[in-house]
Design a protein around this ligand. Structure first.
Ligand SMILES: Cc1ncc(COP(=O)(O)O)c(C=O)c1O
Length: 393
């Protein structure tokens, strides 16, 4: 009778969550693969690399040593210390292990953070475009995402003066994500400094830190202590399946966050936590190797996309994404992405997944091999030539 979206038995909160379209594209592509079709995956932001050996070895050792129990709900002290040292080494900031809380990925950390921060209807400023899931996390705990437009010619980074106009009595936080998903661009130190002067907390998703090509990324903790850092192991260490992340929070939030964690998650996975210590302390050479390869792929993809006529006002220099302006081909990114999947057999994510500010864009990820990217770009070129020729797009 009802689709799940309308069924009144399903809570409004659950019905109102929008799908993560990148996942919808991937799942459609996988169904096509099961029918024998060959698909090039450029849609989902997941490293194609296997987790480095030193990390796997640390996990195997933890298993052998019987480290298979719940840990402290805040996480292993050894890992919290390693995180604090990493921030000290990398950015010269002092974060105490007491301010670190280990979670099963950045996503649960986000859920906990907004649960601890927001009363109903309180507001968090986010950019448009933004990572697809941000508004859903905020709305799920009855908060309100307030979108601030960012522009292609600025590398999609905030203009602090536009944020100033949106700050009101209900504004609890300003969300930043540099290097950013979906844009692959970075927020400059000057703009971060300007944002740190505003009253609301800054919430900084630093999950793509370390994946930068030529530019220097900055932690928000270099500019203010009135901030929350979200970070995790999924991207830099190719550990998406291990489900490991963390939150660095002002001290007054730690006990409330700990209580939320105890109730809803108990603790993060113990084996993954031992692996995380090795990632932070031993995997530098592996990270450098993966970063070099990402950079080669980035250069190749940008070159090919530009030659095909996609718009790129500012070249992305971080994460592993290119948000390319596809308005010369079609305005409706959802239709375009699924048409590309159907006819050219390439998975790409429609810009609309990341907010109305990215409508008319497509997000490509270069977390795939050079050979696959080359094949994908060739298929895309042929597709665009054919479709333009037939004039049906
Ligand atoms: C910007 C951003 N934040 C958070 C996440 C979630 O990461 P995790 O695997 O740590 O939950 C992602 C995953 O794609 C992301 O792109």
């Amino acid at each position: 009778m009802f689709g799940e979206q309308e069924c009144p038995k399903v809570s409004r909160r659950a019905r109102e969550i929008t799908p993560f379209i990148a996942m919808d594209v991937m799942e459609t592509a996988q169904a096509m693969e099961r029918n024998g079709e060959s698909i090039i995956h450029l849609e989902v932001g997941e490293p194609d690399f296997d987790t480095p050996e030193c990390i796997k070895e640390a996990a195997a050792k933890a298993l052998r040593d019987g480290k298979t129990h719940y840990t402290d709900s805040r996480g292993l002290i050894e890992l919290r210390e390693a995180v604090a040292q990493h921030y000290g080494r990398q950015y010269g900031v002092t974060a105490s292990p007491e301010q670190v809380l280990i979670t099963s990925g950045t996503s649960p950390a986000m859920f906990m953070l907004f649960s601890a921060l927001l009363e109903p209807r309180q507001e968090i400023i986010i950019s448009d475009p933004h990572y697809a899931c941000y508004p859903n996390f905020i709305q799920f705990v009855q908060g309100k995402p307030v979108r601030v437009q960012v522009y292609e010619e600025d590398g999609f980074q905030y203009r602090p003066e536009e944020i100033g106009k949106k700050i009101g009595a209900e504004t609890k936080g300003i969300f930043i994500n540099s290097p950013s998903n979906p844009t692959g661009t970075l927020l400059s130190a000057e703009r971060m400094q300007a944002l740190a002067r505003f009253d609301p907390y800054i919430i900084s998703d630093e999950i793509y830190h370390g994946l930068v090509y030529g530019e220097q990324e900055h932690s928000i903790l270099e500019f203010t202590d009135r901030a929350f850092v979200l970070n995790g192991f999924s991207k830099l260490y190719a550990m998406t399946g291990w489900r490991l992340g963390y939150l660095i929070a002002p001290r007054e939030f730690i006990r409330p966050l700990q209580k939320i964690h105890q109730n809803f998650f108990i603790s993060a996975n113990s084996i993954s936590q031992w692996a995380g210590i090795a990632a932070l302390n031993q995997a530098q050479a592996d990270v450098a190797r993966m970063r070099d390869l990402y950079n080669q792929r980035r250069i190749l993809m940008i070159d090919r996309l530009k030659k095909m006529g996609f718009g790129l006002a500012v070249e992305p220099t971080g994460a592993f994404y290119v948000l390319a302006n596809a308005k010369a081909f079609h305005q409706d990114s959802y239709r375009l992405a699924f048409d590309i999947l159907k006819k050219a057999k390439i998975g790409v994510t429609p810009g609309i997944d990341f907010g109305s500010g990215a409508e008319g864009y497509l997000r490509f990820t270069y977390a795939n091999s050079i050979e696959r990217i080359e094949e994908g770009m060739e298929r895309l070129k042929n597709y665009l030539e054919q479709e333009r020729f037939k004039n049906i797009l």
